[in-house]
Design a protein. Sequence first.
Lengths: 465, 183
Amino acid sequence: MQQAAGNPRDLGPSVIGPGHDLGSVTDKITSIVLKRETPRGWWIGLGVCLSLAGVLLIAIVKLLADGVGVWGLNVPVGWGFAIINFVWWIGIGHAGTLISAILLLFRQEWRTSINRFAEAMTIFAVMCAGIFPLLHVGRPWLAYWLLPYPNTMALWPQFRSPLLWDVFAVSTYATVSLLFWYIGLIPDFATLRDRAKSKPFKVAYGMLALGWRGAARHWERYETAYLLLAGLATPLVVSVHTVVSFDFAVGIIPGWHATIMPPYFVAGAIYSGFAMVMTLAIPLRAVFGLKDFITMRHLQNMAKIILATDLIVAYGYAMEAFFAWYSGNKYESGMMWGRMVGPYWWAYWSLMLCNVAIPQLLWFKRVRSNVLVLFIICLIVNVGMWLERFVIVVTSLSRDFLPSSWDMYAGTKWDWMLYIGTIGLFGTLVFLFIRFLPMISIFEMRTLVPKSEAGTEASGFEEVE
Amino acid sequence: MKKPKPQSGDSFGYLAEFPDQHKLLDAIHTCRDAGYRKMEAYTPLPVHEVWEALGHTSPLAKLVLGGGITGALVGFGMQYYASAVHYPINIGGRPFNSWPSFIVITFEMTILFAALTAVFGMLALNGLPRPHHPVFDVPEFDNASRDRFFLLVPWYDPIYDRGHVEQLFDAMHPLSLNEVFHP
């Protein structure tokens, strides 16, 4: 990466626009949070998302009042939207950790301007994901039974079950993501505290900054802690989606019981997460004038990661089909044949279109340089990854080992309201985040400044758009 | 030589402001050559050279290793105790201590404990949260979180002498020079 910073011509557009110094970077990012007038678009966006979050509230109240019978679940499909949406949201969250931790360890400096909101996206996505299993247990007020704690029933949770592993993996993931995000924000809270004009904001940011004053002694421990957290988050994020895939792979259902599930799920998670980062980044950089910080280089690099992980996912689909045939197992081949030409053929082939065919466009540089096309591809990828989980969960369950119990499954309107409602909740949190917290890490952007000055003098290229 | 406990209004130290890290590093070296050992620098971004010049090292990494090992022991111990000691259930003669099934939770607990140690250890070693510090009384210090670099020679340095520090700093032509006082 050191070479890349010195010779940006080789890698296309640079990671920071020309002409920035420590002060201008600070002022530009803090002004988004601290300037008085709020853009009209922000109010409209927040209003739309809050309305959808209201739909979520209605769906939850209905569910708690009437029970999980309001969902479309029945024998044989006992896992429906709740699991699909849980896996979909958790997967989206993974890109945030990948960007903030793994790319940090690999010294990919271009990550710096996108890591903060990618981490925020992780936390919000995990919150949305958590809603589904919590509601699916039927009586959410007893969800603490999932935790090992001394109780008068003298009972322990089942430590040998992947569903309990999930509890530990997801709660650890949520905790570590939140800590990582907050630790990264502390120096920026100090900047906001020192720049804020109004007293309430000064006090609020001051409390959040914990009295950070940028002492060299503090920075040294801070950087150690930050790097160690990145090192811990890296195996953690791989373990989380691996454990999520165990929910399926440890079962004996055809189409689930496969060793390819963990790597295929992890790659799919990164793939969908990067698509969501792009879905958020592209409008944000346009609306808030951040093209100097989230440059074409970022979008192109993310497009390449999406393409690479897409190829892994496509390999997973190919192997599923191959082993269904090669194993000679009639249940496996029946499952695969059912996916392709059975009653859910439309889901399977839409999945192939969204996740295998369309992303191949990213091979072309002209596509990777076209912001609008990238945005549309990312939306299609988000849909595709939802369909993938739908195909895995529903097609395998709807046709089990006994043909007399085969049945179709479809989500009810309450299923759909709950799903759309979580999108509203996610959007609401994103809008609040970009208004009240710095969506780009200010102190990490400062570390890029001297290099960018050297780089632009050497080549003098312009942003390509 | 033990210093007397400072009173409110006593000198806390001298704080000099510099425009970039090179000037700050020059100042650190000058002060070190003059015999000061307890200086503190304030920078808007992490700069390795600065804390190396000041001679800081922290035991945080070892603490985090300890946290991780504790997490692994707690995680595995909890599952072993529950499954083999407190409530053993014989299902078809399978072993009570089915350790391969316990790996995932042991791993997650390792990460959780290590991460909590990293975060709260860092805050504790840094003495944070600490809402107020005497350097915040200097108006120019607001820019320490923007684009300016500061060097403090504090009262607890063994050879701290107000007149000498002021003279030393003046010769470096800092952007600003302020005496800081105990609150």
